[in-house]
Design a protein around this ligand. Structure first.
Ligand code: NAP
Length: 310
């Protein structure tokens, strides 16, 4: 068996515990050798307070996987690349497009270091089959409805409603990662409405009007407030039927009939892909979902709503 990739996990919060640690433990291509965290601890491996301490320790490490919030991730990733490590980034890959472009250039300048900007929702069970079905259809219109209760899914995560935390685009960008991957053609933003809670730096709701190719309208309704019903649905109307992805891409329906789907799970698939990229010395950094979000902040009309407390 090829030598395992010695991996350090950085930022031990909700997603690191819920998804990354189990996926790494189940993947023979990786060996978790360290954790980097200001407050959390992972049993059974050395823990470091920051990336500099890990690098200075001299512990043999090949790669890091970053699970910190987007603001601040660039500094950590740049230090890791400078130390010759492969880098996997949680979504969104950074706080600004320019900082991710810099990381791409830094990775490309090194010899064989991989930079992987992950989009976990693209590995939901129905997404590959949806892309294949849509490939030869003419898209008439599409609609995204992504509405989840921030208190359930992001308990106490104050950073998410701070500037750079993306607010409702934190989950919304998952939907954008799916549509940019399954819809044939380029998507661009035409207009947006952003709703900010008083005193907060990121929106709690947003509506986007996009266009696919020349004329097909694609709408997005993102809301962090609903306690019920929640939905993570994408509907695509084509010249030969209607496709629906529900439950964040996990289930696929064509003209109301559920289709068989498969997949190994979103995070196992991400780590499998990272191992492939490392073996090939290649990077994968698709910024289209993030560009749509950046454009929404550029173009969006802003309104204020009631203050929000977790
Ligand atoms: P979280 O629970 O708040 O954890 C983030 C961790 O990052 C913290 O525990 C903290 O760990 C570290 N950190 C470093 N600098 C920080 C700062 N300035 N403010 C707060 N934490 C800081 O967040 P999360 O839900 O795991 O999300 C992390 C990333 O994963 C985000 O980009 C998010 O979009 C993505 N993600 C989250 C989910 C989800 O369902 N929650 C799903 C998919 C992807 P230390 O104390 O160890 O430094």
């Amino acid at each position: 068996m090829a030598e395992r990739i010695k991996l350090a996990l950085v930022g031990i919060g909700k997603i690191a515990r819920d998804q990354h640690l189990p996926a790494i433990a189940a993947d023979n291509a990786f060996e978790l050798v360290a954790a980097v965290s200001r407050s959390g601890r992972v049993e059974g491996v050395p823990n470091f307070n920051d990336i500099a301490a890990l690098i200075e320790s001299g512990l043999p490490v090949d790669a890091v996987s970053l699970c910190t919030p987007p603001v601040g991730r660039h500094r950590i990733a740049a230090q890791a690349l400078a130390a010759g490590l492969h880098v996997m980034l949680e979504k969104p890959p950074g706080a600004t497009l320019a900082e991710v472009h810099q990381l791409q250039a830094q990775a490309a300048a090194g010899s064989g270091r991989s930079l992987f900007a992950t989009w976990h929702s693209r590995h939901a069970a129905g997404v590959d089959a949806a892309r294949a079905w849509l490939a030869d259809k003419q898209i008439k219109q599409a609609a995204i409805v992504w509405r989840e209760d921030i208190r359930v899914w992001h308990p106490g995560q104050e950073w998410i409603l701070e500037a750079g935390g993306l607010g409702v685009f934190d989950p919304g960008i998952n939907a954008l990662s799916i549509v940019t991957s399954i819809l044939p053609g380029a998507l661009r933003l035409e207009s947006a409405k952003l709703v900010f809670p008083a005193g907060r730096g990121a929106p709690i709701a947003a509506g986007l009007a996009m266009v696919l190719g020349e004329a097909a309208p694609v709408s997005a309704d993102f809301d962090f407030r609903p306690t019920w019903p929640q939905s993570w649905d994408i509907t695509v109307e084509t010249d030969r039927g209607t496709l629906m992805l529900t439950e964040g891409g996990a289930r696929l329906w064509i003209d109301g009939e559920e289709q068989r789907t498969d997949g190994i799970g979103e995070y196992p698939a991400l780590y499998r892909r990272f191992a492939e990229l490392v073996a090939a010395g290649r990077s994968d950094c698709d910024l289209r979902p993030m560009a749509l979000v950046a454009d929404a902040f550029l173009l969006g009309e802003r309104t204020e709503t009631d203050p929000f407390a977790f």
